[in-house]
Design a protein around this ligand. Structure first.
Ligand code: FAD
Length: 317
């Protein structure tokens, strides 16, 4: 089912989850247990992140060789497995990084054959170890270009002209940044490019995590002023420990309000910090529901006890 169809029919905001494939060589069972721990909250969608490989150099018989190494493979396999196992619609993420547009076309054909109806189209982070995103030769530099390619395939237009080519039928999501993307000079400029993604065919927006309701409200208001009319789904991450307070601003460029920092760092024990962070995030969650969001996208980890505590605080367990 397409995200936009579900959102337009839903009478209450729709819950979706975002998961990350395990590291290469690790079992997927822990991830499945995390999902199972949240199934009684009836998530309607589970999105699965995609990770571009980094380059490693190794010496073989005295010759230095370059090879790509992907830390977290398995996005498409996990997306298909979840769909079969739980009957929940999956949204594989597809990135520009590491793909040329011919490989992107092949990936889209695979996803179409697998019956995927939704894709989250992203540029992708810079490759591990790099600070700047570098597109492949013949690859896309921005997510809007990827959206343009998917939209063309939805019209039956492939890179080479083909007779009677089958049209794909993807509902396309893109990323939005309530506190602006880290590389954008300001929010207005970032929204200008977000509008470009929507004009290229994006049907919905999922936001980066944020921790202040006001930053989300301002973002939605400005997006609407810019002429963006598609659903905007806030992305939320539970925060329950000190490590996250240090890491999240660095990794995701998200500001932590003092009230949240105090709730976690001012706690005397780990369990007090867990409860303080959960209380703060539950308040933010309720503010978003009252604001009338179409859904909430929860970034979950391999252990979902923090997400479960948050959802229980909001919906009751
Ligand atoms: P874009 O929309 O292309 O924007 C990137 C930057 O370029 C922005 O600063 C924008 O303002 C600017 N820009 C856009 N178009 C133009 C243009 N034409 N000219 C000049 N500047 C332009 N990363 C992954 O690697 N894998 C994932 O699975 C993944 N999942 C994510 C899920 C969500 C919900 C979110 C919010 C992010 C996710 N990311 C993921 C991170 C994302 O890939 C990075 O934030 C990346 O740096 C930007 O991706 P984007 O699609 O927003 O890029």
């Amino acid at each position: 089912m397409k995200m936009t169809d579900v959102l337009s029919k839903a009478e209450t905001p729709v819950l979706s989850l975002e998961i990350t494939p395990p590291d290469r060589g690790r079992s997927v069972d822990e991830l499945f247990s995390a999902i199972e721990g949240l199934m009684d909250f009836t998530p309607k969608f589970i999105s699965v992140t995609y990770h571009q490989p980094h380059t490693v150099y190794e010496e073989v018989d005295g010759i230095i060789r370059r090879r790509p190494k992907r830390k977290k493979p398995g996005t498409v396999g996990i997306s298909a497995a979840i769909k079969n196992r739980y009957g929940v619609t999956t949204i594989p993420h597809l990135i520009c990084g590491g793909f040329d547009r011919f490989e992107t076309e092949d990936a889209l054909i695979d996803l179409h054959y697998l019956g995927m109806k939704n894709i989250l189209a992203l540029r992708g982070d810079p490759a591990p170890g790099h600070t700047r995103f570098v597109a492949e030769k013949d690859g896309h530099r921005y997510a809007s270009e990827l959206v343009t390619q998917i939209s063309a395939m939805n019209r039956g237009e492939y890179i080479d002209e083909l007779d009677n080519a089958v049209s794909t039928d993807f509902c396309i999501g893109v990323a939005g940044y309530p506190e602006k993307h880290s590389e954008a000079p300001n929010l207005d400029k970032d929204l200008f490019f977000l509008k470009k993604k929507v004009d290229a065919g994006a049907d919905f927006i999922i936001t980066q995590m944020f921790f202040s309701f006001d930053s989300f409200r301002r973002f939605v208001e400005k997006a609407r002023e810019t002429g963006i009319t598609v659903p905007i789904i806030p992305g939320i991450k539970p925060v329950t420990n000190r490590r996250q307070i240090e890491q999240i601003p660095r990794l995701f460029f998200a500001t932590m309000p003092q009230e949240l920092v105090q709730a976690v760092e001012g706690a005397k024990t780990a369990s007090e910090a867990f409860n303080g962070g959960t209380r703060y995030m539950a308040k933010l969650f309720r503010q978003l529901l009252n604001f009338g969001v179409p859904g909430i996208h929860l970034f979950i980890q391999e252990k979902s006890d923090d997400s479960r505590a948050l959802l229980s605080a909001v919906y009751g367990s």
